[in-house]
Design a protein around this ligand. Structure first.
Ligand code: SF4
Length: 192
């Protein structure tokens, strides 16, 4: 991630994303979905890309997977208003296909700038697309629940949990771990 002397401004970033035409997804989208949440959130959640409902509303995780995410956050003792939620790709890929390598490469700097602006203590990478884009590795089933590079917690994508409810307990446990770790890191920072 590029270190910057002056963190990028979230509002300016949002405006930049709203008018972005760097990749062909700009031609088929209705609205960009930059993400939402507090500008100084301690926890950031990163998914893959907007779906149909997100594309229509310009907000992240507002469809069925979003409702499941809310349920999991509640069970983990977190609230949606407390976390910043976004995705690797800010425009909906047609028919909800997976974003390709070029699209990810072009869009990733926005996510990196969001991380620099918000400076969350813990970043939950939800699903293989986010894990691979940010850390360059794959294997959510093996890596889930682990913290990599000090602040990235790997977990399932809510859509995967929607398809297989047996993953819900692990998903909630990972979100709970994100909360525990962010509180621990806050205390450590306070004690310094
Ligand atoms: S997906 Fe990202 S890079 Fe492509 S047009 Fe949207 S904001 Fe720009």
């Amino acid at each position: 991630m590029a270190a910057s002397m002056c963190p990028p401004d979230l509002i300016l970033l949002q405006e930049k994303i709203a008018s972005c035409d760097l990749c062909p997804l700009s031609l088929s989208r209705n609205l960009t979905v930059p993400g939402s949440g507090p500008s100084k959130a301690e926890i950031m959640l990163v998914g893959e890309a907007p779906g149909r409902e997100e594309d229509l509303k310009g907000l992240p995780f507002v469809g069925r997977a979003g409702r499941l995410l809310d349920e999991a956050l509640n069970e983990a003792g977190l609230k949606r208003e407390d976390v910043f939620i976004t995705s690797v790709i800010k425009c909906r890929p047609p028919q909800n296909r997976k974003p390709n390598k070029k699209e990810i490469e072009l869009c990733l700097p926005y996510l990196e700038d969001q991380m620099d602006a918000i400076r969350p203590r813990i970043i939950c990478l939800m699903g293989n697309t986010a894990i691979q884009a940010v850390l360059g590795v794959v294997g959510v089933t093996v890596l889930r629940g682990r913290i990599l590079s000090d602040r990235f917690l790997v977990t399932y994508h809510p859509a995967a949990v929607l398809r297989n409810r047996n993953l819900m307990a692990d998903f909630v446990s990972d979100l709970r771990e994100a909360k525990i770790q962010s509180l621990k890191l806050s205390k450590d920072a306070f004690a310094e």
